[in-house]
Design a protein around this ligand. Sequence first.
Ligand code: SAH
Length: 236
Amino acid sequence: MNLRRTSNRASFEAQREAMVERQIRRRGIGDPIVLAAMAEVPRHLFVPPARRKFAYSDRALGLGPHSTISQPYIVARMTAALDLAGLRETSAAGGEVRVLEIGTGSGYQSAVLAACGCRVFSIEREAGISNQAAANLEEAGYAASVELRIGDGSLGWPEESPFDAILVTAGAQELPPALLAQLAATGVLVAPLGPPSAQVIRRGQFEKGELLWQNLEEVRFVPLRSGGGFGDSSER
Ligand code: SAH
């Protein structure tokens, strides 16, 4: 490896440390599992090369016409909302937490979940985006913990259900009903829901068989799009 590449990597590491401190810890996220994962995952490998210098900036970045890599703080906030330490206690698979993600995008959120020790199943509707995510996950070293599927995430992944957690990373008016049926009785669901002008990250968890909702934070995600041709990355 030449000197330039080595110093680039060191600079990305320094930027990542600053990101965790300023954008995440100082904004109140203290979950050690999440902080360690955000400090570990090389976010720049999930950002298109032309935008890599902004990889650790406090913002979302575009990947394509309908896809973004979410702002680091939002990734941390949603991951922390899953309460992974709690889910490890209740998981049926002996401490392994199985997470369904809707909207693979860059694969970054999947990598953060993998770095938290989760087994990840992630669905993306656009083939080109999903294939790039597969390459990103491979390069960053998380491919073994993540399974990707191309299709309509609002239908979930019934063959692999139930999931300890379901994380939706595209905005919908309401939660697609199929997803709820695939959540374990002790599971947690986190999704940006509501009209585009008033979207809120909501956290749902069953209590005595009833789903209780909590509002976490206002956000603006790219829309969850259902219907139409799936797997076509050239669609409008
Ligand atoms: N979690 C991603 C960000 C996702 S952006 C990351 O960490 O980078 C939202 C993604 O959801 C987009 O890539 C979009 O193509 C995808 N998407 C939209 N509707 C979908 C659907 N019905 N099923 C699966 N993916 C969908």
